[in-house]
Design a protein around this ligand. Structure first.
Ligand SMILES: Cc1cc2nc3c(=O)[nH]c(=O)nc-3n(C[C@H](O)[C@H](O)[C@H](O)COP(=O)(O)O)c2cc1C
Length: 188
């Protein structure tokens, strides 16, 4: 599959099968994230992951900070990943204004790597950041940004009816003409 087709084939499912992700593939996903570009090469991204089978205590801690809607489907995923950023430049102590952008680039790499391995990811902003700080002992200079469910896609039919409907809806995107311009904005 060429890169364009790979990118287009990526999906964020809510249905996951029981199949475990191998340690080798998980490492490839994190390594792909590691090679992302970042402002001043500060690499402000951090990840805490938990395997449902191997580390249920941590897995359940992560699951427990999600909003109830996300818990309902994410509990099927074999791996949960908390993404975090350093909010302060370790060299100067100044605020890292582009840290979340850098993390997004790293997660983008991770998603493409995962797709190439047949693994699906779904990002979540639906979680309680304060609760995450407490249960994961997140230090003051760091911030949890998303939680990612990772696994092999399962049968959508196993989802509750409301989620089944969302899972099987056609995928939509804005047109290129709505997001790309080669002129200044019109005055309002
Ligand atoms: C930052 C971010 C936060 C998201 N939060 C949630 C969430 O809390 N729950 C959820 O079910 N999906 C969440 N999503 C998944 C998006 O809804 C999904 O990526 C989008 O509908 C596009 O679908 P696709 O990734 O399959 O193309 C989130 C995605 C991103 C990038």
């Amino acid at each position: 599959m060429d890169t364009y087709e790979l990118i287009k084939s990526r999906r964020s499912p809510r249905s996951y099968s029981d199949k475990a992700i191998s340690a080798e593939d998980l490492e490839k996903m994190f390594d792909a994230a590691r090679w992302a570009a970042s402002a001043y090469n500060l690499q402000p991204w951090r990840f805490i992951y938990a395997d449902k089978e191997k580390n249920p205590e941590l897995y359940n801690k992560i699951l427990g900070v999600m909003v109830e809607f996300n818990q309902r489907w994410a509990k099927a995923a074999p791996i949960l990943i908390v993404t975090l950023v350093n909010t302060k430049n370790p060299r100067t102590g100044d605020a890292l204004s582009h840290a979340r952008y850098d993390l997004g680039l790293a997660v983008g790499n991770m998603m493409i790597m995962a797709t190439s391995l047949g693994i699906s990811l779904r990002n979540m902003s639906g979680f309680d950041a304060n609760k995450a700080r407490e249960v994961l002992n997140i230090p003051e200079n760091m911030e949890a940004v998303t939680i990612i469910a990772a696994g092999y896609r399962g049968l959508p039919e196993n989802l509750p009816p409301d989620m089944y409907k969302m899972e099987t809806m056609p995928r939509e995107r804005l047109e290129l003409s709505e997001i790309v311009f080669n002129k200044v904005f019109d005055k309002e």
